[in-house]
Ligand binder design. Structure first.
Ligand code: 8X3
Length: 258
């Protein structure tokens, strides 16, 4: 057990979807701690712009997370200085559409499962062996309140995030005795490009989600990620659900005659 809290600090942090709202906030917070960063994104220019913001060592990795071969290649060719990932933040993914199941686009459903679940388990599977070998590592999976409380129009998005929640907990069960930590970090409403992506570029619809209220910021969520990742190594936050104070629960819906 390390006595010096400085030894709790992760040395290399890998963030998927780093050019998105949460991703960039995670990168800023962990860079402020002096961590080296592996930043994943799909857009090389955006990723290069992001990487330039930090004075810590950064290794950008560019691939489509739904592409298995590209993922395998990028993660098997990490330079030695970045090869020992201490914290993996599985952040890439998102929501596509808010239509009822009967009206939703099947391709959107398949794409959400591919990004939010298939890619997440694949990346986890590739990074985990090194962590186990070193007996050091923390996997932070970005879930959502949508994985805990279903809502109309959320069918596959909610289900994909419920998967993240349960996968994270089952992973914990498997990893007991390895020293590896797993956290399912489950934010509610947060103002990021999430809604713009969900509504496929419709600014008015995206802005309406956050109008007249105070949502979480990406930095609020990043602050909690840093907290769970810098706790003493014998402490594991299994799941952390966060909402803005202005958000809460709805009653169940009931169909009534007339
Ligand atoms: C984002 C939260 O409520 O928009 O994961 O689904 S919500």
């Amino acid at each position: 057990m390390p006595d010096n809290p400085a030894s709790y600090l992760p040395r290399v942090v890998m963030i998927t979807g780093a050019t998105g709202g949460f991703g960039e906030a995670f990168a800023k917070r962990f860079a402020a701690l002096g961590c080296s960063l592996i930043l994943h994104g799909r857009n090389p220019e955006k990723l290069a712009r992001l990487a330039k913001k930090f004075s810590v060592p950064v290794h950008p990795i560019i691939f489509d997370i739904t592409d298995k071969q590209a993922t395998l290649f990028a993660l098997s060719s990490l330079p030695p200085a970045f090869g020992q990932v201490d914290v993996l933040i599985n952040n890439a993914g998102g929501a596509l559409g808010l239509d009822k199941a009967q009206d939703a686009d099947l391709t959107d459903w398949e794409d959400m499962i591919a990004m939010n679940d298939t890619a997440l388990v694949r990346i986890t599977k590739l990074i985990l062996p090194g962590m186990i070998e070193r007996r050091r590592g923390h996997i932070i999976n970005i879930g959502s309140t949508a994985g805990n409380y279903p809502y109309a129009g959320g069918s596959v998005y909610c289900a994909s995030k419920a998967f993240v929640h349960q996968f994270s907990l089952a992973l914990r069960a498997d990893l007991v005795g390895t020293k590896i930590r797993v956290t399912s970090l489950e934010p509610g409403m947060a103002e990021t490009p999430f809604s713009l992506a969900r509504f496929k570029g419709d600014e008015a619809k995206a802005q309406a989600v956050y109008a007249g209220t105070t949502p979480l910021t990406a930095d609020d969520v990043a602050e909690t990620a840093v907290w769970v990742a810098t706790l003493p190594p014998h402490v594991n936050v299994n799941r952390m659900e966060i909402m803005p104070t202005a958000q809460s629960f709805s009653p169940l819906s009931v169909e009534r005659a007339g």
